[in-house]
Structures are given as C-alpha cells and as structure tokens.
Write a protein that binds this ligand. Structure first.
Ligand code: AMP
Ligand code: ZN
Length: 468
C-alpha cells in the first residue's frame, strides 16, 4: 500500500499517515458560512481537500473514507444579510448552499460523504455544552455560556503555538462583563425574538460558531478521527477552540490526530477576503467563460502550504495545457495513475510535482514512448477529465471554444423544447444525444432550472449539430 505522508500542524512535521481504522478513514473540513457566493479563496480548501479525499479513496478504497464538510447556516453575518435584504434567513441559506454546491461541482470537487447543516445539530450542541458545564469547563452567565479557558490553560494554544499569556498580551480577545477571563469564548448566546433561536437550559438562544464543528464532528466521526482540515486563517481561534471543547467534553478521545491547513489565496500579496473587498467569486470566473477545470488546474499548480496568486496568465496557460493533454488522452481508456504522480501526491499532496510529472508524460507520449492511458488515469486522480461537465454553468473545460458553444447550444435547444412543452421532440433529442454518449438532464442552478449536458465521451461538433 502507498505510504502517505502529511504535514501535521500540531507537530509541525511531515508524518507518515496511519489511519485509526483503514476500513474507515475519517476527515472533517470546516465548510462555508452560507450568506453569499463563494469567493475564489473559499474554493482553495475545497479543491485541496478534494485532492486528499481522492487520494485516500484511491489508496484505502472508495467505500473506506468518510469525509464531512459542514455548512454554517446560523451566524450573525447571515442575520445581517437577511435584515438588509428583507429576505428570510431560510431563503438566503438555501440559495447560498445550492450556489456553493454548484460552483464547487464546476471545479470538479466530489461531494463529501456528509454535509451537515449546523441548524440540524442544535440538540447535540446543547448536550455537549451541558457536558462541558458538568465537567467544570464551562459556565453560564447572563444567558451566555462560556468556555473557561483557565480550566484547560496548559493545553490551550498548542495547535497555533501560542500561550494564553501571549494571547492576552496580544489583545486578540474580546472583553465582556459576563466573562470571568477575557480569553473565554462563547458556546451559547441569547437571541432576541427577531433572531433565530432555540430553547435551551440557558434560555432561548443560538450556538457559537466553534461548538458547531465540535458537535457535528463528534456526531458523524466520533471522539477520535484522522484528519481535520481548513484554511490557516481558522487555526486560531476557531480550531484551537474546537480542540478545547472536544477534548474537554470527550477526554477519552483525542479529537483529530492530523491537522492540515491550506495557505491563503492572494490578490496582489494580500489575502483574498470579503472584509478586504478584494475578492471575486468562482461564479464571476465561470461566467467570464473560464472553465472550472482551468481554475482547478491553476490551484493545483501551487502547493497547498504556499500562498498562491490567481492571474489571468496562469489561467491561459492552464487552458492550453489541458487542451493538449485532452488531445492525447481523449481516444483512450484510463488505466492506473503513474507512480510518479502517486508518489508526488502521497508526499504531502505535492500537486506541483504531480503536474511536473504530467508534463513529463506529455513529452514522452509526444516523442512516441509513454502511455496515454496512464496519463488519463493520472489526470482523473487529480480530479480532472471526470466528465460531469455542467454545460449550463460553463463548468467544463478542455473543449475548444467552438465545441463548447455547440455543447451549450444542444443543452439550450433541449431546454427550449421542454419550455415549449414539446415533450415528444425533447425526448427524441434526448434519446439521440444519449446514443452519442451525451446525457441531457435538468439541474438546479441557483434555484433556477437549467439544462445540463453530461458527456460520457468526446463528441465532434458536427455530431452535436446534427442531433435532432
Ligand atoms: P469563511 O467563509 O471565511 O469562514 O471561509 C470558509 C473557508 O474558506 C475556510 O476554510 C477558510 O479558511 C477558507 N478561506 C477563506 N479565505 C481564503 C483565502 N483567501 N484563501 C484560501 N482559503 C480561504
Ligand atoms: Zn470548524
């Protein structure tokens, strides 16, 4: 079996990865707060941990990996968005959740095994908070419940490498009258009648952000699991607080064994973020006609522990590379990925090295040696050429622009027949397309119906246009 090495933030070392149970490798990754379109930076952890998910499935078997990524659907940012837009919280979170799924699918990300929504786990959060109080790690005050950092002082800060004293000196803490110690953080807070709230032993209220991940990870993965991931901006305080809560509520377990953090996506040297206003969304790029495959390939060209810059030039190069690779593999069947690509991924997800191996294979094939089937399989392992192109969302890439247009045109023609209620003609077109290896189906894009053409093989423009 391939030996995987992963860099563990907790030990600051690259370590050989040994799962607790090779029959069920378990990973948790912090997901988005759903109040707006995902910006390009938000997509980085999704792609990084999708590569890891694919690698783990390849090594341990598809049914032997459990990947959990949550949706935070209760949060002050969501409440603020509802108040300013006049829409309900439910409308906003449902719409944004679907946007996120559509946009990430366009980047070729597999859906995680479980995608829990925080609001579906409130009783588990309340139970965990009660347990923390009973064990002397938390206290209720003025409708709030706070985690008592002093009760775990010698361990708190180990992940991010800071001591409690440093943190207080750094004044990265919020002082509030109901806190015994300024470092204490909120597990539960009171809600006014106009805000979302649930009945609890401390009155009507809502959970703090950190307890959500602890409760969902415990419920779906148990008290000890293998990998916890997220962006390095979450290391403190979010992950530090998750560890404190989970280890204190479940001292029999050790929560996550390996912690992995991706570096930030940057724009001109600064983190891309909503608060800095220097962001664009994944959807912006897709709408500009930059295919999801291209965005993914650009991401993979930088190692996940290095900051990366998005540039239009990188996207152009990636598109050219993908089209060249596609021309070499499109007539073949994928076999096994190359040893070079496997070794690169197994070495702490060294995707730039994997891409260097891909380029090497391309040159070999062009010079007459080399195996296109292995190249195809290597690309699939990286999450490319897996053929679930959402034509309507321009999610698919390595077609030429003309092929792309012909494919979109087919999806449009089919949708037009359905809208006109000419179901007989629509069905004829669908059957003819399916005989060519193209599946036509209806999807939801941001709450609206859209047609999707899913290609199971390459089809020429002439064949697409001839379809009736
Ligand atoms: P947020 O919605 O800000 O809580 O972020 C959701 C996920 O996106 C987290 O895993 C963050 O670490 C990650 N993230 C946010 N901004 C960036 C960025 N500029 N680059 C990479 N990851 C980011
Ligand atoms: Zn989290």
């Amino acid at each position: 079996m391939t030996t995987i090495k992963l860099h563990n933030t907790k030990t600051r070392k690259k370590e050989v990865f040994t799962p607790i149970d090779p029959g069920n490798v378990r990973m948790y990754v912090c997901g988005p707060t759903v109040y707006d379109r995902a910006h390009l930076g938000n997509a980085r952890p999704v792609v990084v941990f999708d590569v890891l998910f694919r690698l783990l499935r390849h090594v341990y078997g598809e049914g032997h990996v459990t990947y959990v990524r949550n949706f935070t659907d209760v949060d002050d940012k969501i409440n603020a968005r509802a108040a300013e837009s006049g829409r309900t919280i439910g409308e906003i979170t449902a719409e944004t959740t679907q946007w996120f799924l559509d946009d990430m699918a366009a980047l070729g990300a597999l859906e995680p095994t479980h995608m829990p929504r925080a609001t579906q786990y409130i009783p588990q959060m309340v139970a965990m908070i009660e347990d923390l109080i009973a064990r002397g790690h938390a206290y209720a005050a003025e409708g709030h419940v706070l985690f008592a950092v002093d009760s775990w002082r010698e361990h708190y800060g180990a992940l991010s490498g800071r001591s409690v004293d440093d943190m207080i000196a750094g004044a990265r803490v919020e002082v509030a009258p109901y806190k015994k110690n300024p470092m204490d953080f909120v597990l539960w807070k009171p809600s006014t009648p106009d805000l979302p709230g649930w009945e609890s032993p401390w009155g009507r209220g809502r959970p703090g952000w950190h307890i959500e991940c602890s409760a969902m990870a415990y419920e779906l993965l148990g008290e000890s699991f293998d990998i916890h991931g997220g962006g390095n901006d979450l290391m403190f305080p979010h992950h530090e607080n998750e560890i404190a809560q989970s280890c204190c509520a479940h001292p029999e377990g050790d929560f996550a064994r390996v912690w992995m953090h991706n570096e930030m996506l940057q724009v001109e040297g600064r983190k891309m973020s909503k608060s800095l206003g220097n962001f664009f969304t994944v959807r912006d790029l897709l709408d500009q006609g930059i295919p999801g495959e291209v965005i993914r390939f650009v991401f993979l060209s930088t190692h996940y522990r290095k900051p990366m810059d998005w540039t239009a030039e990188k996207a152009e190069q990636a598109k050219a590379t993908l089209m060249e690779i596609w021309s070499l593999v499109s007539e073949t069947v994928a076999t096994e990925p190359s040893v070079g690509v496997m070794d690169a991924l197994a070495d702490d997800l060294n995707t730039p090295q994997a891409i260097a191996e891909i380029h090497e294979m391309v040159s070999e094939i062009k010079s007459g040696s080399g195996d296109p089937r292995m190249l195809f399989a290597s690309m699939k392992l990286l999450g490319h050429f897996n053929f679930a192109p959402s034509i309507s969302s321009l999610g698919w890439g390595p077609f030429s622009d003309e092929e792309h247009r012909a494919a979109i045109d087919l999806a449009r023609r089919w949708m037009a027949l359905r809208v006109a209620k000419d179901f007989a003609a629509a069905d004829r077109l669908k059957t003819a397309a399916s005989e060519l290896g193209v599946e036509l189906k209806v999807t939801k894009e941001g709450g609206q119906q859209a047609a999707q053409a899913k290609f199971n093989k390459k089809v020429s423009i002439e064949e697409l246009e001839a379809l009736q």
